[in-house]
Design a protein around this ligand. Structure first.
Ligand code: SF4
Length: 135
């Protein structure tokens, strides 16, 4: 049977980025070739529109946000943590229901980043034992 991967929707060129730019990632597409893949955007699944204000975790990591010790805020100072956590939970539901092999996630995102400041969704998937790849 083929492996099933979740993939950050923006990595395959869907219009989900905060700035609504279309930026498909060639190395991610190559990685996913011959696998089954399911695009997800946690920020849209959390109820946010595209485009939307850029946001960052400034005082911790995605795990800290999940545990209430840090926040995701827009540059204007709006706390959008609840939407980020909701989006992460929706992605986790999909990951569980599809018995995925792993998730291909977008670097430098407050939701999806695997390395550096880990995003909220990446932290929740990792906490639940899913294998993560970053592009
Ligand atoms: Fe959505 Fe993640 Fe891509 Fe941001 S990095 S647009 S949250 S899929």
């Amino acid at each position: 049977p083929k492996s099933v991967f979740l993939v950050s929707a923006c990595l395959i060129g869907l219009c989900t980025r905060y700035d609504a730019a279309i930026k498909p990632d060639a190395s991610c597409s190559k990685f996913l070739k011959n696998h089954i893949w399911i695009p997800v955007c946690p920020e849209q699944l959390g109820g946010m529109p595209t485009p939307r204000p850029a946001a960052d975790i400034t005082n911790g990591t995605g795990l800290d946000v999940l545990q209430g010790r840090a926040q995701v805020c827009t540059k204007a100072g709006d706390d959008v943590s609840a939407s980020f956590i909701k989006g992460a939970q929706e992605v986790l539901k999909i990951a569980r229901s599809q018995s995925i092999t792993g998730a291909c996630l977008k670097a430098r995102s407050p939701s999806c980043a695997v390395s550096g400041v880990t995003g909220v969704t990446a932290a929740l998937l990792k906490q639940n034992g899913f294998k993560l790849y970053e592009f």
